[in-house]
Design a protein around this ligand. Structure first.
Ligand code: FO1
Length: 323
């Protein structure tokens, strides 16, 4: 096994959709493409209208390809909705919005999968077509489906998230198929050969975006054994999620919706947290979990914010690695 200096080695970035995609875009400006190995959650993937939809992969790909709709946080900018309107007019299932340009992504992904390519190969092909140079890997090529448990029974993730607008109370999560799934082969190869020098958990939902990745058999241990720093950027700022239901979920699960609550969730796996300046008061509580803490501006409104947070994370990784 070769072990490179942390400052040169690859970084495994664990990411969900919206928040994670913003940081990945910043990182794509701040680091050489060959240093980044983005591992995208596929627990949100589902089959809909005969298509394989992979929302978190696409959010990251669109962000880096500069195609993302910044307002919505998902799908493409400048979309048209002819297909959706026609589908609704036929009385079809129109609760999940597929823009015309976005639709092409799902049609092409589904075709390639049916032709026998793995999701890793399909994603690499789509990235190449869109000029994305960093490696974006699905967490697994196998099917894993996030199930949201509620007092009224289980819900498939997109039914909970989009159809029911995250309204049902959450009592827990399950990741169907995870016990039989194999973590991404290319990632496992890089981990086994010592190519990965650090692990960065993007500001994504800990329960439904990051836990499915860490729950894949053997992956948590393989990531934990990376020699360099393991850190997370808190997706909770001032008690709220920047976007999405993370804070609501934490409240319903009886976990404090705070940066410290996120740190506690990852305790024993990570060595350091990046938290926002508004959460400075939680620094001591997080340090008591045996973690280093970096307090900085983490809210990414502009491209400059994304690049600045990426630069800060890279400097923190180099600093932690040199101690
Ligand atoms: N999110 C919504 O809130 N409403 C939608 O209609 C919707 C459509 C959609 C289509 C493609 C895609 O890649 C993502 C889409 N999302 C939509 C977002 C998606 O449900 C979430 O980003 C993730 O699954 C949570 O990370």
């Amino acid at each position: 096994m070769t072990t490179r200096a942390v400052g040169d080695a690859k970084i495994a970035v664990l990411s969900g959709g919206v928040g994670g995609a913003k940081l990945v875009l910043g990182l794509s400006h701040a680091a050489a493409p060959e240093r980044l190995v983005v591992v995208a959650n596929t627990g949100d993937d589902f089959h809909h209208l005969g298509l394989h939809i992979a929302p978190d992969i696409d959010s990251v790909v669109y962000a880096v390809a500069d195609l993302a709709d910044q307002e919505r946080g998902w799908g493409r900018a400048g979309e048209t909705w002819t297909f959706m309107k026609a589908l609704a007019g036929l009385g079809g299932e129109a609760w999940f919005n597929l823009g015309d340009g976005d639709l092409a992504m799902h049609v092409e992904r589904t075709r390639r999968l049916a032709d026998g390519e793995t999701l890793t190969e399909v994603t690499a092909g789509l990235c190449q077509a869109l000029g994305v140079k960093i490696r974006i890997l699905p967490m697994t090529d196998d099917q894993v489906a996030t199930i949201v448990d509620t007092p009224d029974g289980p819900l498939a993730f997109q039914n909970y998230f989009v159809r029911d607008r995250c309204a049902p109370k959450v009592t827990g999560f399950r990741f169907q198929g995870i016990a039989d799934a194999t973590p991404n082969h290319s990632l496992m190869h890089d981990l086994a050969s010592g190519e990965i020098g650090s692990v960065l958990i993007a500001p994504s939902n800990p329960f439904v975006s990051v836990d499915p990745i860490l729950g894949l058999p053997g992956l948590r241990a393989a990531l934990r054994s990376v020699a360099g720093p393991k850190l997370a950027v808190s997706p909770i700022v001032g008690g709220e999620a920047i976007k999405g239901p993370a804070a609501k979920m934490m409240g319903e699960l009886g976990v404090p919706a705070s940066a410290a609550g996120v740190a506690r969730h990852y305790a024993g796996f990570i060595d350091a947290m990046v938290i926002d300046t508004v959460d400075r008061a939680q620094e001591a509580e997080i340090r008591a979990l045996d973690m280093e803490v970096l307090v900085t501006q983490t809210v990414m409104r502009s491209l400059d914010d994304r690049k600045a947070l990426a630069d800060t994370c890279l400097e923190f990784i180099a600093d932690l690695g040199s101690r």
